[in-house]
Design a protein around this ligand. Structure first.
Ligand code: PFF
Length: 454
């Protein structure tokens, strides 16, 4: 086995940008605004924050501290920490990562296509059939596949360059750019006449819309957005210096991610309302591909300076997808490097091929393979469902049990306190430990059971 030393991130800012880049992704742009608007606005955000503090952030801290303590990828972590029988946790996490890469890279490919179309000013007509254009594009056998290969190739290219010169450097440029672009879109959206109604719909609390499903959605969103249970936080943790405060940087990542998601909501929902009112139609809210590739192009087409907003939006979408996919790819590549002891270059080639297999099936499942159904779902939706609801959840649950019930409390506190050197008060570390040991695993087990039963 390789020694504990490995290439590390160079700066605190770099670590934060890499973690935030992994967290901020398609989920922030196409799911969070929709969930917030449909589940009682600020009421949803409040529940989301409570669940972040009780469950998602403690789970993130767990993955992070285990990664830093073991300084290896998730499959070898239990070995390194003296519990080889727990190896199965890594298998769940790597399966999660491969499943997510399957559909994520395909959507990443679509963002490249829509970015190029917006640059070529193809979203100018408010009467165009954007739904028809989108379904024609995604169901074609070649173009989306070529875009997927290009998108995955970009990630592989960054990964070739390594931790500091690749991941860290790219994150330090991309994550702030993404922020600025989204803030600009939000400013355009709220200055449209009629945007205020949308802003109210997005943000004013309405507790009558809160149900058990709201809680499940809030917890599920927290998990997916922080990318828990796919080995990404663990691998980034393994590249982090030992004086980095794990608790602080986890909280900062979750806060930046939430802030970005709210700005994305402000960029999207008021624009939809404003344009619908201007056209005399009722605003339609969707989540997922329908929202970003169908509804929004027609909104941009009706908006003053819409061409520029469209370019900015698809640019943001592509960047958000890129930094998230980069972290998942790193989880897979580092796994190959640590297990086979191959060079990074070789591991990147292998990782690229491994990612393209499920991605090819996901892409074709929108067209020629659309009749292939498993559990009633096409391959794209199946991988989405299995990763988010089964593999990421179970890997996180096992990691929490591993940290809280198998590793020693002294070791956890030792890692959280940077071997006693961090200034975090002891009561905070003890509270984090209680959350890791009792509260977070119960929360995760509850969502999993609720999902299984309903
Ligand atoms: N956080 C990303 C998003 O919100 O789109 C998705 C993601 C990143 C999932 C990293 C899983 C992962 F490991």
């Amino acid at each position: 086995m390789k020694p504990f030393s490995r290439e590390l991130f160079g700066s605190r800012f770099g670590v934060l940008m890499a973690l935030a880049g992994s967290a901020i992704g398609l989920g922030n742009l196409w799911r969070f605004p929709y969930l917030t608007a449909q589940n009682g606005g600020a009421a949803f955000i409040l529940i989301y924050i409570v669940l972040l503090l009780l469950v998602s952030i403690p789970t993130m801290i767990t993955e992070y501290l285990i990664g830093r303590r073991s300084r290896t990828s998730i499959i070898l972590t239990p070995n390194r920490l003296g519990h080889p029988k727990m190896k199965f946790i890594g298998i769940f996490a790597i399966i999660s990562a491969i499943c997510v890469m399957g559909f994520y890279n395909v959507v990443g490919g679509w963002t490249i296509k829509y970015l190029t179309s917006s640059i070529m000013l193809q979203f100018g007509s408010d009467t165009a059939d954007y739904a028809g254009q989108f379904s024609e594009y995604i169901s074609s056998p070649y173009m989306p596949l070529i875009h997927t290969f290009i998108f995955t190739g970009l990630i592989a290219f960054i990964s070739f360059k390594g931790v500091k010169k690749g991941i860290e450097k790219a994150s330090k440029i991309i994550t702030p750019t993404l922020f600025i672009a989204t803030v600009l879109i939000a400013i355009r959206a709220i200055t449209l006449p009629g945007a205020y109604e949308g802003l109210k719909y997005l943000l004013v609390p309405d507790f009558s819309k809160v149900s058990i499903d709201t809680i499940q959605n809030a917890l599920g969103q927290g998990f997916f957005t922080l990318g828990l249970g796919a080995g990404t936080i663990l691998i980034y943790g393994s590249y982090t210096k030992s004086d980095e405060n794990i608790t602080n940087s986890s909280i900062s990542t979750a806060a930046l991610d939430l802030f970005f998601a709210i700005v994305a909501g402000i960029a999207i929902i008021p624009a939809i309302f404003a344009i619908s009112y201007a056209n005399g139609s009722t605003p339609t809210l969707d989540a997922g591909p329908q929202l970003v590739f169908v509804t929004l192009p027609s909104v941009f087409a009706s908006m003053p300076f819409g061409d520029i907003v469209a370019i900015l939006f698809f640019f943001s979408l592509a960047l958000a997808a890129l930094t998230s996919a980069m972290s998942i790819f790193e989880s897979i590549t580092a796994f190959i490097i640590d297990v086979t002891e191959k060079s990074r270059d070789k591991a990147v080639y292998i990782g690229y091929l491994i990612c393209l297999i499920p991605a090819t099936f996901c892409s074709l499942s929108q067209g020629v393979l659309s009749d292939v159904r498993i559990l009633g779902l096409n391959i794209f939706d199946l991988l989405d469902m299995l990763s988010a609801n089964v593999f990421m959840t179970l890997a996180s649950l096992f990691l929490l049990i591993f940290a809280g019930w198998i590793l020693k409390k002294e070791d956890i506190i030792d890692e959280l306190s940077n071997h006693g050197k961090a200034t975090t008060p002891m009561w905070i570390l003890n509270t984090v430990y209680i959350l890791i040991k009792y509260v977070a695993p119960l929360g995760v087990a509850a969502i999993f059971t609720y999902w299984l039963l309903f």
